[in-house]
Write a protein that binds this ligand. Structure first.
Ligand SMILES: [Zn+2]
Length: 274
């Protein structure tokens, strides 16, 4: 399944695996001038390649190596002779995706990408009239970058934003690291966020501030209940509810309990009640 839309000079490709008429999950890729930012899922590869047939793709930038962001790297590199740029810590996985053991749900929804050749991205990248700063961001995965255009006040966030109120944490994510990265990003002047999950988020600066506020409040509530002696399982039930379908479908990869445990185990819990 592939849906195409535009926003100013940007073309947006929203794609996911179709199972009949059902698409369990979507991801977005963005085309600016001759450069693709992420390449979506391989399950939409044929449609995506056909949509790009008349375009000239010289470059791909991967925000990070996850399989739903690099799924068509190989295909597009082959057909367009595109160069691929990513953070150096993402490159081993982009070149050898099977060095990451995907869970069953990931194989089912996204599939393994084929390996592609990548180069280390620098501190900045010019794309047509846009000049982007490349900002490394920790907390979601190794080698994750965001791209910021200070003139347009655009921020491409990969998987760093993904909505304001997240009640799960991935097993390989770190709550406080993510919060710290988001706080750094919120010092930028941002009008529009381009999110891999949500697509175009207008009022992006406000949305980012809301997310930070939500995460800080959640952390404070977790720590406060913990200090009162409440067990971690009860804190989860009180603040986030019991584990649900997300936990079952992802085999526990996305978990409310892991979010609570991750916050409680972190040495960086020392600031701010808001
Ligand atoms: Zn990701």
């Amino acid at each position: 399944m592939l849906k195409i839309s535009t926003y100013e000079d940007l073309t947006i490709y929203k794609m996911g695996r179709s199972i009949g008429k059902f698409v369990p999950y979507f991801v977005h890729a963005f085309l600016l001038e001759d450069t693709l930012i992420d390449t979506g899922t391989g399950f939409a590869g044929v449609e995506f390649l056909s949509a790009l047939k008349e375009k000239k793709i010289n470059r791909i930038i991967n925000t990070h190596y996850h399989e739903d962001h690099t799924g068509n790297n190989h295909l597009i590199q082959q057909t367009h002779s595109a160069r691929i740029f990513a953070h150096r810590d993402s490159m081993p996985y982009i070149e050898n995706p099977r060095s990451v053991a995907l869970r069953l749900y990931q194989k089912w929804i996204w599939g393994y990408p084929e390996g592609s050749r990548a180069e280390t991205i620098g501190d900045s990248m010019d794309i047509g009239s846009h000049s982007f700063r490349v900002i490394p961001c920790g907390g979601h995965s190794a080698g994750h970058i965001c791209l910021y255009d200070p003139h347009k006040k655009w921020l491409f966030t990969g998987d760093m934003f993904c909505g304001v109120r997240n009640i799960y944490l991935r097993r390989d994510e770190d709550f406080n690291q993510m919060l710290s990265s988001l706080e750094d990003l919120s010092n930028l002047h941002i009008d529009t966020i381009f999110c891999s999950l949500k697509g175009v988020v207008t009022g992006g600066g406000n949305a980012l501030s809301e997310k930070i506020k939500y995460m800080k409040n959640l952390r404070n509530k977790i720590l406060s209940l913990h200090r009162e002696g409440m067990p971690a399982g009860k804190i989860r039930n009180k603040l986030l509810g019991r584990e649900d379908l997300m936990f079952c479908v992802t085999g526990g990869h996305f978990s409310k309990q892991f979010l609570i445990n991750n916050v409680l185990a972190s040495p960086y819990n020392n600031d701010t009640v808001e």
